[in-house]
Design a binder for this molecule. Structure first.
Ligand code: IMP
Length: 405
């Protein structure tokens, strides 16, 4: 019997999903991405070496694990190519274990331009990777899909009409230069080998893995509070980052998602604009940023930092039917005299419960009983407050700094 696990972020992204997916990949047949694109930045540290993955599922570092990019992902061919070349240069083999759904909508250079130009006035603080415009075209039924690369006639027709549409936006509305259709053909042609090597009918693959009783990990990108429907709209990304996104973005029904691991940092961060009730503007915020190395893995932007918000966490646990919690970056709190947690809101202001800091390192702990008593109290309080057990604790960036409870 296959046991499929969904791993997703319960905050505004950057919760440390990459590390946890990597750690749990060892015992699964495949890891699949189902939404987002190369706006994601999943950082994995093994034997002191840091790898940041933007598109490739985080299982790729395990040589026997298959990796699938599902239809819900928006695909930038150049970014994918660059990532594959980089990883192959490090000796990682993609042959016969890496698949990309034919139904993925492509992100073209014109999407990226539109995203960047628009964000100058809309000020969402996007990653500038063309994510929003690419999803717009997908929903507008005019996207170029990965599988279109296999049919020159369809491709020519679709690229021509899409670029004409993009040029209207760029030239008429934003007074920017237009894109040449030929340049976009040349761009796609340059990466045609990706289609020839990795394109697949993802339904066939997933159905086969399921029938064979093989287990899969579904790797979420961004976080629940960035969900297009349930997040802090309009300061969100353009995909469903919540559990429902797996079913649509991969083609697998809810019955086949057996375990839902929700990841939260022991505090909170956010990149880009938008509300953030527990944000800190003082020394504590600076210390979180410094100790947590809180800079975006994709854009390098400094992340905004604040205390953990249990009101928001309860909501995101419910939205995703989380079965297991994973608390990451506990070690970042090691040197604080006091640690606060938001337990309710009053007039849109956070009400905090204050904990005494444990003031000693946690990274060496191999099980929960080796953690300082005050750290255990902090963890127990979170579990009781949100009524969900924590089954994974991360106390450092490396694979081995993980405690399974
Ligand atoms: P977009 O996804 O590039 O359209 O950006 C929309 C919002 O989501 C912005 O606030 C970004 O900073 C945020 N965002 C997108 N991807 C990530 C991520 O992987 N981690 C954290 N924030 C993200």
């Amino acid at each position: 019997m296959s046991e499929n696990t969904l791993i997703l972020g319960l905050q505004w992204g950057d919760e440390g999903k990459g590390k946890i997916v990597d750690a749990l990949s060892e015992n699964v047949h495949a890891v699949c991405r189902f939404q987002g694109g190369h706006n994601a930045g999943h950082t994995i540290k093994v034997n002191g070496k840091k790898t940041v993955l933007h598109l490739t599922p985080s299982g790729i570092l395990h040589k026997n694990v298959n990796c699938l990019i599902g239809n819900g992902v928006v695909l930038a061919l150049d970014a994918l190519n660059e990532e594959i070349v980089e990883l192959e240069n490090e000796g990682i083999d993609f042959n016969e274990r890496f698949f990309v759904s034919n139904n993925c909508a492509l992100i073209l250079p014109s999407h990226i331009k539109i995203d960047q130009v628009r964000d100058k006035t809309e000020s969402i603080g996007t990653t500038g990777r063309g994510i929003g415009p690419a999803y717009e075209d997908k929903v507008g039924r005019r996207a170029i899909r990965f599988g279109d690369i296999g049919d020159q006639n369809i491709l020519e027709e679709k690229v021509k009409s899409l670029i004409e549409y993009h040029n209207k936006i760029l030239v008429d509305i934003h007074k920017e230069n237009k894109f040449e259709v030929q340049d976009i053909f040349d761009y796609i042609e340059k990466y045609k080998h990706l289609y020839e090597k990795y394109s697949c009918d993802s339904y066939e693959i997933i159905e086969r893995w399921s029938s064979d009783g093989l287990s899969m990990l579904f790797e979420g990108a961004q976080g629940t509070l960035l969900d297009i429907d349930h997040g802090t709209y309009p300061y969100v990304t353009s995909s469903n980052t919540t559990a429902g996104g797996v079913s649509t973005g991969l083609g697998i029904g809810p019955k086949n998602i057996h375990k839902i691991v929700g990841i939260t940092k022991a505090y909170t961060t956010r990149v880009g604009e938008g509300p953030f009730l527990t944000e800190l503007f003082d020394k504590d915020g600076e210390m979180l940023a410094k100790r947590g190395h809180e800079f975006g893995a994709t854009t390098g932007r400094p992340r905004r930092c604040g205390w953990l918000d249990l009101v928001a966490l309860k909501k995101t646990i419910f939205l995703n039917s989380v079965t297991d919690l994973c608390l990451t970056k506990l070690d970042v709190l090691d040197e604080f005299d006091e640690i606060k947690v938001c337990v309710e809101y009053s007039d849109n202001q956070p009400i905090y419960k204050t904990f005494k800091g444990w003031g000693e390192p946690t990274s060496q702990a191999k099980n929960i009983t080796e953690l300082p008593k005050l750290a255990q109290d902090y963890i127990n309080f979170i579990e009781e407050n949100v009524k969900t057990s924590i089954s994974i604790l991360s106390v450092g960036p490396s694979r081995d700094e993980t405690i399974f409870i």
